[in-house]
Design a protein around this ligand. Structure first.
Ligand SMILES: Nc1ncnc2c1ncn2[C@@H]1O[C@H](COP(=O)(O)OP(=O)(O)O)[C@@H](O)[C@H]1O
Ligand SMILES: [Mg+2]
Length: 304
């Protein structure tokens, strides 16, 4: 099997925490292979495999990578063969979306402060876009859709007693990105903006832990998990509860608010966005919002 993978590598994906991902071509279809770095990570592999099997059993049509099938004859594949095989999602991880927001804001600042006289046609196109009310409305709709879609995927996990514990842009994949979208962000037409996230996928279930749905009781863990930039305070203290994923989602929203500040302010949406974000980032996990509170949030559900 190792030979099979090496012989059919189509491309290499960004490095993650637990190992290396490749895209392989197998019988004219593309699959992702996650190859775990070392024996120490095998418990992550097993954890991820079990979580995906459970999710796929209860939600066969939901949007997380299917473990597809493990083409291994071994009864405990993660022990002798340290990799998992997934459906390949053709798109990009959502760090790109946040980078895109940052670029818009950067250009606004640049033009407003440093270079008020537009020079190139590209510059002019950008300013036409960013000053266009429909463009701004769509951008805000896009932000809400992105946060709400992630929240719905978290809800699916929580509803079957699993908490993800590593929610971050790199673990959320976007498919159906317009061709060359990110290269040509300067000239993107405002009405195309909403197609960026036709489909959103949650991946990377290596840190999944059990919870009782909407039960805020703190549970101990023996090892720190998560990613430092997005991790909740209780997880740093080796505990978690059903609101730990919400803190991470709050960190993502915080990043987005910072990088779209101009647009939110322009549409009088900044206070509502900030207030939701602050509620998700409440330090005490016993007082923080649950996933049900997030999904029912008025601002997220209100389409301008
Ligand atoms: N099924 C997939 N389809 C496309 N790209 C993927 C897929 N799974 C992972 N990737 C890419 O590989 C990166 C690392 O994968 P991930 O499962 O998050 O591993 P790690 O646990 O090492 O972080 C992701 O951020 C994403 O860019
Ligand atoms: Mg990851």
């Amino acid at each position: 099997m190792t030979k099979f993978i090496i012989n059919n590598i189509y491309k290499t994906l960004p490095n993650g925490y637990s190992g290396q991902n490749y895209v392989i071509n197998y019988k004219n279809s593309l699959y992702t292979v996650k190859k775990y770095k070392n024996i120490g990570n095998l418990f992550i592999a097993k954890n991820e495999y079990n979580a995906l099997m459970k999710l796929n059993k209860y939600f066969p049509t939901a949007d997380f990578p299917k473990p597809f099938k493990l083409i291994l004859k071994n009864s405990e594949p993660w022990i002798n063969n340290n990799f998992l095989l997934y459906d390949y999602i053709n798109g990009s991880d959502s760090r790109y979306l946040i980078n895109l927001f940052e670029k818009y804001q950067y250009h606004i600042n640049y033009h407003n402060l440093i270079k008020p006289n537009l020079t190139t046609p590209d510059d002019q196109n950008l300013i036409i876009n960013i000053n266009n009310q429909i463009f701004i409305n769509n951008l805000i709709k896009l932000i809400k859709k992105y946060i709400l879609d992630i929240a719905k995927l978290i809800e699916i996990c929580h509803s079957i007693g699993l908490t993800h514990l590593d929610i971050k842009p790199e673990n959320i994949l976007l498919s159906n990105i317009l061709p060359n979208f990110f290269k040509e962000y300067k000239t993107i037409k405002y009405d195309n903006l909403l197609y960026i996230i036709n489909q959103l996928y949650l991946i990377d279930f290596g840190f999944v832990h059990p919870i009782k749905y909407n039960n805020k009781e703190l549970i101990k863990i023996n090892k720190r998990v998560g990613t430092i930039k997005y991790v909740s305070p209780e997880m740093l203290a080796k505990t978690y509860n059903c609101t730990s994923d919400i803190f991470s989602l709050g960190k993502i929203l915080d990043e987005i608010i910072i990088s779209t500040n101009f647009f939110l302010k322009h549409n009088n949406q900044l206070d509502n966005a900030r207030s939701l974000c602050n509620d998700m980032l409440i330090e005490n996990p016993l007082h923080r919002m649950t996933i049900t509170d997030v999904i029912n949030n008025k601002w997220l559900n209100n389409t301008l």
